[in-house]
Design a binder for this molecule. Structure first.
Ligand code: CP
Length: 325
């Protein structure tokens, strides 16, 4: 995968996963995002870095945050943004994913932002474009099955950096439905690369994948133990749409055992931050009073997503201000 998404001299060619990305590149993205955050908040919001480039958003799965913030990020960099409406596209007539990609490439696409229910779809598209000699086109994974959600992982790390400054003294708890979560996988890769010494992953036995302990994290089935003295809590959505079978006995029992309530939050450090990638199931994995409470940084996560996605676009197009990563 590293050979597909990085050029031989270490520049970002595609963003398919955070696995294997060097720490220096992650920090380069954060520093660029710092400069774009400033662009996002001033009255003239556009910079011409992607002028003349075409970004195609291909969302084969629903999205509110990722799709919209990718669109805003591309627009702020002055790209032409094309949102393919999958429901009214020829996908509905049976056109294959790769045929769709070939046709959009023939319309002079420069970047594809892809969300797909099938794990590996963005990787397959990147390989296909390489086989076709379309090496100038970049693929950004906007979430594929249970595999990865790299820009969510990046914006989550950027949020932690904003509130906690350093990574190397932090205790972080990731809680909930890890089994069906592409976000958790990207978060674990990034937290490890950034040197977080204490990564705890907690959830019911039925919702934690077997391979977790091989990732160098502490696995627990006790929520209180997971939250004890942590700096950051990353709650995960109970992903009903990806569950085929019975993983929990009831939503009420799940909330009772695994929901983040004000009482449970007291086990973390007093200045701990609460994160959630969204969309939230209020009253299931998180109580509304916590989601809307003073320790919640859930909406800042969304805002930071624009600057982080601008940074990724700029690196992929090799137009980032300053030295190359
Ligand atoms: N976090 C996230 O991926 O949200 P959306 O599904 O709304 O894009």
């Amino acid at each position: 995968m590293t050979r597909l998404q990085l050029t031989p001299d270490g520049r970002l060619k595609h963003l398919l996963t955070l696995e294997g990305l060097p720490e220096t590149l992650l920090h380069r993205i954060f520093e660029l995002a710092d400069s774009f955050l400033e662009v996002s908040t001033r009255s003239v919001k556009k910079v011409p870095l992607l002028r003349g480039k075409s970004v195609f958003n291909l969302f084969f799965e629903n999205s509110t945050r990722t799709r919209t913030t990718f669109e805003i990020a591309a627009a702020r960099l002055s790209a032409d943004v094309i949102n393919l409406n999958i429901a009214t596209s020829s996908t509905a007539k049976g056109e294959s994913l790769l045929d769709t990609v070939d046709n959009l490439a023939a319309m002079m696409a420069d970047m594809f932002v892809i969300r797909h229910a099938a794990a590996g779809a963005p990787v397959r598209i990147a390989q296909h474009l390489a086989e076709r000699g379309q090496t100038h086109i970049s693929v950004l994974n906007a979430g594929d099955g249970r595999h990865a959600h790299p820009t969510q992982g990046l914006l989550d790390m950027y949020t932690i950096r904003h509130y906690k400054r350093e990574f190397t003294h932090l205790s972080v708890a990731i809680v909930g439905d890890v089994l069906h979560s592409r976000v958790a996988r990207s978060e674990i890769s990034a937290l490890s690369a950034l040197g977080v010494p204490d990564i705890r992953v907690a959830g019911p036995k039925t919702l934690l994948p077997k391979e977790l302990s091989a990732l160098g994290v502490t696995v627990t089935h006790d929520l209180d133990e997971a939250l004890d003295g942590v700096d950051v809590i990353m709650m995960l959505r109970l992903q009903n749409e990806r569950m085929h079978g019975s993983f929990i006995s009831s939503v009420a029992e799940y909330h009772e055992c695994w929901g983040l309530t004000p009482e449970r939050l007291k086990r973390a450090k007093p200045n701990a931050i609460v994160m959630h990638p969204g969309p939230m199931n209020r009253g299931v994995e998180i109580a509304s009073s916590v989601a809307d409470g003073p320790q919640s940084v859930i909406l800042p996560q969304v805002t930071f997503g624009i600057a982080v996605r601008m940074a990724v676009f700029a690196l992929l197009a090799d137009v980032a201000p300053g030295a190359a990563a």
